[in-house]
Design a protein around this ligand. Sequence first.
Ligand code: UDX
Length: 447
Amino acid sequence: MSLKISVVGTGYLGVTHAACMAELGFEVIGVDVDPAKIKALSAGKLPFHEPGLDRLLEKHVESGRLRFTTDYDEVASWADVHFIGVGTPQRADGHGADMRFVDASVTELATRIRGKALIVGKSTVPVGTARRLESIIGTHAHPDAQISLAWNPEFLREGFAVKDTMSPDRLVIGCTDAHSEETLRVIYAQALEANTPLIVTDFETAELVKVAANAFLATKISFINSFAEVTETIGGDITVLADALGYDARIGRKFLNAGVGFGGGCLPKDIRALQARTSELGLTHTMGFLAEVDEINLRRRERVVRLAQTMLKDQLAGAQIAVLGVTFKPDSDDVRDSPALDIAVRLFNAGAEVSVYDPKGNTNAAARFPRLNYAPDLAAAVQNADLVLLLTEWDEFKTLLPADLEPLVGARKIIDGRNVLNRSRWEAAGWELVGMGQHYTPLDGQL
Ligand code: UDX
């Protein structure tokens, strides 16, 4: 008998997992409390941008292998395995992760399940959550139910969500019984046949792998950005430094790109939640370095605003500024905690006329900050600009040449917030181009 799968939560993680499980051949149902989302998904419409996922969703909704509902009764009685992919956002008071959605979804399932079932946590959670959920299940489960729990963190990156789910770097399973492990081995058989490393461990380790990975990535980015602060002050080339460091196989070149810093729905909130959780455990100093990582990251945004101010000779008010890229990274329409959007808003608050263009992010950004001017294309955004800021490295921007902008802009000034433009080419064309980690001596005034 083939396993029937449910995925609870139809956000980024949930929809990707559901569609990929259908692609692996399983019958899948996705459940969410938001009827509008369920309606769109049931019509095969993806409510966000993710390369390749729209096609998978459409294909499997059409084939009938993937469907969506708001009805927990149906899900609990139909599926054998329930993946929990609901959000764990930062709490409103800023202290730790908000676990309401995880707790509610596990409770909803536990009260309804009869017979044998496996609940698999995928959301990023504070360590200790699985043990706590076991006791929630114990309290709410029907006497006729035999529910096991496993923890199987998800490492997918936006922009590569389908690839990361279908061919992950590794699979991690935290569990306390052989049956759970066996069931997950069946579900992930294809990846395991392709020799994907499998780590079977306890709940705590499985939960920690995810937050440790994100803390490490965030640290790597802030590490190189801290050196950007040094080269901005004394000189040096941050990209060459990163390249030279990266040749050491123990360090590696990935995630050593200096820029406007990290953002998105994961890294910023996860490093804050990890600090909150370890403090709760009495380890007040253990993750203290992550506070520095966070601060270095946020200083990048300030730096770009100051740079813009200096390049405009302290005349931010009334200046025409074009912002290229507003999502937290390319190939995504996600503007959550986006450094680019934050910089655009800070410039606007300082009195600049800000014109934003992003290939996919305008709509989401406009929903958050309707007062910025959202341009339909790059040409409209840079029209008459006194300064252009490239803040998200979409391909469309990486391949820009000075001649593309020259007939449109008001002044030949550009900040390369991702160090993707060829500086000598732009300087040869008479542009003032300032990148990240680059020492800049304004003709008048100090930075
Ligand atoms: C991240 C993790 O990579 C993923 O494993 C986890 O499951 C979720 O969080 P994601 O948020 O999609 O994924 O983005 P990621 O590709 O990690 O980039 C995060 C941020 O770091 C982006 O804002 C990106 O622009 C920035 N970044 C990345 C840098 O500033 N420099 C780099 O060298 C790399």
